[in-house]
Write a protein that binds this ligand. Sequence first.
Ligand SMILES: NC(=O)c1ccc[n+]([C@@H]2O[C@H](COP(=O)([O-])OP(=O)(O)OC[C@H]3O[C@@H](n4cnc5c(N)ncnc54)[C@H](O)[C@@H]3O)[C@@H](O)[C@H]2O)c1
Length: 449
Amino acid sequence: MKSTARYPKVNTEKLSVIGLGKLGLCTAVCLADSEYSVLGIDNNSDVITSISNGVSPHAETGLQELLTKVKGQLSVQLSDYNAAIADTDVTLLIVPTPSMDNGEFSTKYLVESLKPMAIALSESRKPYHLFVIVSTVSPGTLLEELIPLVEFHSSRQINNGFGMCYNPEFIALGSVIHDFFNPDMVLIGEHQPSDGEILEDIYRNVCRNQPKISRMSITSAEITKISLNAFVTMKISFANTLTSLCNGIPDADIDKITTALGADKRIGSNFLRGGTPFGGPCFPRDNHAFSEFARRHGFQAFLAEATDQINNAHASFIIDKIDQIINDKSKTIGVLGCAYKPGTPVLEESFSIELIRKLIEKKYSVTVYDPIAMDGVRVILGNSINFTQSVKSCVDESDVIILTLPDPAYFKIGTYLKKTSGKIIIDLWRILKDKDLSEHKYYALGNYK
Ligand SMILES: NC(=O)c1ccc[n+]([C@@H]2O[C@H](COP(=O)([O-])OP(=O)(O)OC[C@H]3O[C@@H](n4cnc5c(N)ncnc54)[C@H](O)[C@@H]3O)[C@@H](O)[C@H]2O)c1
């Protein structure tokens, strides 16, 4: 049950969410599915029209179903920041924070949305409003920039007329809704404990599991957020270093090695699997932000920098290896998988896209298939490649097949390959390593045989 009585100045029955993107809309529908009435605000009219028509503007597992289910609990408005202040006491800000050249996160969109809300607050008679920054920010952002901004435009003082928390999410695209309902940990950076309590209560209502709720100062939470992804990417780069190494050593099996390592509790098996370099909208940029944060404080983050260098070197290693294996420009190449990982159409910092671009540069003819990312690939690679409609046609039309993702959509490929012969198969995640592919030439990254 929602307990509003505990906070006399704040009603949590209705919440507002600014930014209805891949994370924001999922957050809004999850809150709405947990008995909260939600006001969603976005400055993109297409996003608002689509949601108003009951159609999710984003391809995310379970989002369309939940959007349909919570129809009565979610209302949306185009850029109506005044309504967020007038109709709700708690606002979650989930707008983009694109990376800048130096690796820090831009606060442009946070400022654009906070400023009108602060002005509305200056004209309001309500006693308190809690702003919750969910967008990823660089350490120092709330204390040095966002809190002073709201104080200035609202003519109120932090902890008196308003509060601000930092509450970043650790969800993964493709499982945002599941991760939101079942987090390992909820991170809350608070300026005063009563603000953190409000958020903690909301999460206790929303989470289907009993997550660890880590409450701390705002700056500690800002550092925790980027540290987590810096650590995870370090693990990936470690596994990928082992992968490259095993690739040249007969009888070395990367999967046996990482499985054994992961069984040790000090290490753990998550993200310890040899494969392609990490990509996507969070990992690379959070890792860069960590290095930049260290630099800003006169310190060099050797590990984070090495993680990034290994990631780039691993990409070159795979691309060179593929070129050596094929070594014949007349061969047609089929690439299965374009997104940065399975289950999402997101192409940002996708290794597959980098690979396809390099293959085109090397004058190969490339055909691609991805179960959900094809529209985006058409936009960025257009006429330079061929598009095919299924795994089977990609196999049929290509001399070489490169599997770039461990996507269940490709598990059936063994059946199609049985009906052909003489193909080169390059399997970057070893998903076919137990299949009989004796009629083909099979190369599994990190599993030299
Ligand atoms: N998507 C993820 O996997 C993920 C995971 C963790 C953290 N984050 C962080 O969450 C934030 C949002 O990410 P996202 O992937 O949802 O972005 P997104 O680009 O998918 O969506 C952002 C939305 O905000 C809207 N917007 C931009 N400026 C606005 C403004 N001034 N007022 C109202 N709406 C505005 C955009 O129209 C868009 O709909 C980023 O800081 C990101 O780093 C995202």
